[in-house]
Ligand binder design. Structure first.
Ligand code: COA
Ligand code: AMP
Length: 645
């Protein structure tokens, strides 16, 4: 079976235009593309430039036209509210057509931006699809981000309208969204002209007259609208993701390339057939939610489960098994951290036996490195293939994985298997030369990237080139380090930048440092990611106080923790910080974050030859020990002069 993969992969690299022209036939076009790849403005590439289509048509209307109107499109399963709701494709068509009318009435036209700041309710998907229907560009902001982060995105995207909800529910806590929305708009220099509020019974929000309208009332008055066909290169959405600074990167997604790539993956990578139930336990605020809660499954005519709950505590570690059994999901896609949470509460997997999981064919894991223990636990308890696949917000769909739809090849634990068709993956040394099989280096993808991947960053072409294309000319730099073994299997080991991965969520330590530095008592600081058995990594702050500060360390630490929660949001999970006298640096002043992280995690580390004062590392190690880290004996090696980690 793997021969099929090998053929397709080889074909996709030898003849990308032929390969993707074939794939594009699975999508409905108003005007089929005659130009498949436009490389006239290298290093910017565009796919299907003269094609015209509409994403909402492909995800909704076409299925109703083909007789799927009565099939469930979305199932909202919400243990936190004790409700379940099924929305058929016909219902969805009605809702997106009318919500498109609501947006048009609010003055939204093709190309205008709409920010969506919502919990896991189907209305979030309706809002996204309605934007796509009228050619508006949506930007979904994850609900766990604080008003300051929302304000940054409002200023960058300049939305005409914001769609939000009165509240979200986190376990048993009702989280009021409206005050956060109001605070964000107050902070932002750009003001939306209209906010559309989905009122939830758990908490009714107070409206600001003249600006706010209620979802239901607006829908009742709205006239349905038809799909507006757009150029394949027209942006479908902007999704902000952490960069190395506090200014997030606005990843742009085109319409045509994305539709083609997602449809291809549903068939050939995930191996899901139309009509089947596909469940991605993530959030619409993340790329995984965009691609595989909303667009991918709907393009494929599947039923997608919109789950508003956690893997544990809603009510217990059997929650995932209940959802699979009840809705007969054929596939579950989530982050390894969710399985670590389940395993911690139910190590023997006893709750699995309470449910009929015979519908389940496969489990997909992504978002962070899958530790072999967790993967094997899932395999042995669920008795289905467990597929670790690697991708990024920027890529929109998997770069590498074991292709369920093409026939699996043998699993190598710790590897995300082989590159998908369209991806020419190499590992390069710092000088740009390829490394030998098995040697670690920067993982890069040869240009052009396949369809559906980011064509640029919103209003930031220069930043796009500088962040991704400048260091290794001719390649896209993933900012992941790893190796490819002699069988062609990819092992993704770590980020090469200041990004950490907390419970499958991508966070910038640089952004946290900016918040800490803003505290009046803090002279300088560093934030590193330390290993955590549940969330993979957790942020850990080290702060040096200004001379003459007399407040207690405990007070200042409590302040900086609250400050990160207020300014970035609870999702940052920033709960640990220590005060130190000084930070270890190289002679040129670079803080040795990598070395500190290795010391905290009790990993082998190397004394950088360029360190300014080695004694400081001893002080830092002692401080980590006191905080419960750096408990195991470690080896130290001297690095060749000039290198620092
Ligand atoms: N709105 C408001 N707050 C939110 C939120 C949202 N949408 N999502 C998370 N938060 C809050 C949480 O309540 C928590 O707050 P707390 O510090 O007051 O407890 C904080 O942000 C951190 O959230 P999280 O890291 O998700 O931790 P958790 O303890 O609530 O749950 C897991 C841990 C592992 C169960 C959960 O992260 C999980 O299921 N992850 C796997 C699925 C996933 O989300 N993958 C994403 C990419 S595929
Ligand atoms: P995000 O943009 O939030 O999807 O995060 C992307 C980053 O998560 C990648 O650059 C990797 O560092 C990490 N990541 C995602 N999936 C995997 C995986 N399967 N294995 C290892 N790391 C992963």
């Amino acid at each position: 079976m793997t021969a099929r993969y090998e053929d397709l992969h080889a074909q996709s690299l030898a003849d990308p235009t032929g390969f993707w022209a074939d794939a594009a036939r699975a999508v409905d076009w108003a005007v089929p593309p005659s130009t498949i790849l436009d490389d006239s403005a290298k290093p910017f590439y565009r796919w299907f430039t003269d094609g015209r289509l509409n994403m909402c048509w492909n995800a909704v209307d076409r299925h109703v036209a083909a007789g799927r109107g009565d099939q469930a499109a979305l199932i909202h399963d919400s243990p936190v509210t004790g409700t379940k709701r099924t929305i058929t494709y016909a219902d969805l068509l009605d809702q997106v057509s009318r919500f498109g009318g609501v947006l048009r009435d609010a003055g939204v036209a093709k190309g205008d931006r709409v920010i969506i700041y919502m919990p896991m309710v189907p209305e979030a998907a309706v809002a996204m699809l309605a934007c796509a229907r009228i050619g508006a560009i949506h930007s979904v902001v994850f609900g766990g981000f604080a008003p300051h982060e929302l304000a940054t995105r409002i200023n960058d995207a300049q939305p005409k309208v914001i769609v939000s909800a009165s509240c979200g529910i986190e376990g048993s806590r009702v989280i009021a969204y409206k005050p956060m929305l109001d605070a964000a708009i107050e902070h932002a220099s750009h003001k939306p002209s209209r906010c559309i509020l989905f009122q939830r019974p758990q908490q009714i929000a107070t409206l600001l007259p003249g600006r706010d309208v209620v979802w239901d009332a607006a829908m009742a008055d709205a006239a349905p609208v038809e799909c507006e066909m757009v150029e394949a290169t027209h942006p479908l959405y902007i999704l902000y993701t952490s960069g190395t600074t506090g200014q997030p990167k606005g990843v742009v997604r085109d319409t045509g390339g994305y539709a083609v790539a997602l449809k291809w993956t549903m068939d050939h990578f995930y191996g899901i057939r139309p009509g089947e139930v596909f469940w991605t336990a993530s959030d619409v605020g993340w790329v995984v939610g965009h691609s595989y809660i909303v667009y991918g499954p709907l393009l494929q005519g599947c039923t997608s489960v919109v789950y508003e709950g956690k893997p544990v505590g809603t009510p217990d570690a059997g929650a995932f098994w209940r959802v699979i059994a009840e809705h007969k999901a054929v596939a579950l896609f989530t982050a390894p951290t969710a399985f670590r949470a389940i395993k911690r509460e139910d190590p023997q997997g006893t709750k699995i036996k309470d449910y009929d999981l015979s519908s389940l064919r496969v489990l997909f894991l992504a978002g962070e490195r899958s530790d072999p223990d967790t993967l094997q636990w899932a395999e042995s308890n669920l008795q289905v293939p467990v597929i670790d696949h690697w991708w990024q917000t920027e890529t929109g769909w998997p770069i590498a994985g074991n292709p369920m739809g093409l026939g699996l090849f043998p699993v190598k634990y710790g590897s995300t298997a082989k590159p998908l068709p369209g991806w020419d993956i190499r590992v390069l040394a710092a000088d740009g030369q390829p490394v030998r099989a098995g040697d670690i280096g920067a993982i890069v993808a040869r240009l052009p990237l396949p369809p559906g991947t980011l064509p640029t960053l919103w209003n930031a072409d220069d930043r796009f080139v500088k962040s991704y294309l400048a260091d290794y000319p001719g390649y896209y730099q993933t900012s992941d380090a790893g190796f490819i073994d002699s069988d062609g299997y990819i092992f993704v080991m770590a980020r090469t930048d200041d990004i950490i991965n907390v419970a499958g969520h991508r966070l910038s330590t640089g952004a946290m440092e900016e918040v800490l530095s803003g505290h009046p008592d803090v002279a300088e600081c560093a934030v590193i990611g330390v290993a955590d058995s549940l969330k993979g990594q957790l942020p850990f702050g080290l702060i040096v106080l200004k001379n003459g500060v007399t407040r207690s360390h405990a007070e200042i630490i409590a302040d900086v923790i609250a400050k990160v929660r207020d300014e970035i949001g609870p999702v940052a999970a920033f709960k640990q910080a220590i005060v130190v006298d000084r930070l270890p640096k190289t002679r040129s002043g670079k803080i040795l974050r990598g070395t500190m992280q290795k010391i905290a995690d009790s990993e082998q580390w190397r004394m950088p030859a360029t360190i300014d004062d080695p004694i400081i590392l001893e002080e830092i190690k002692a401080a980590f020990r006191e905080a419960g880290y750096a408990q195991l004996p470690q080896n130290e090696q001297k690095l060749p002069a000039g290198q620092a980690n």
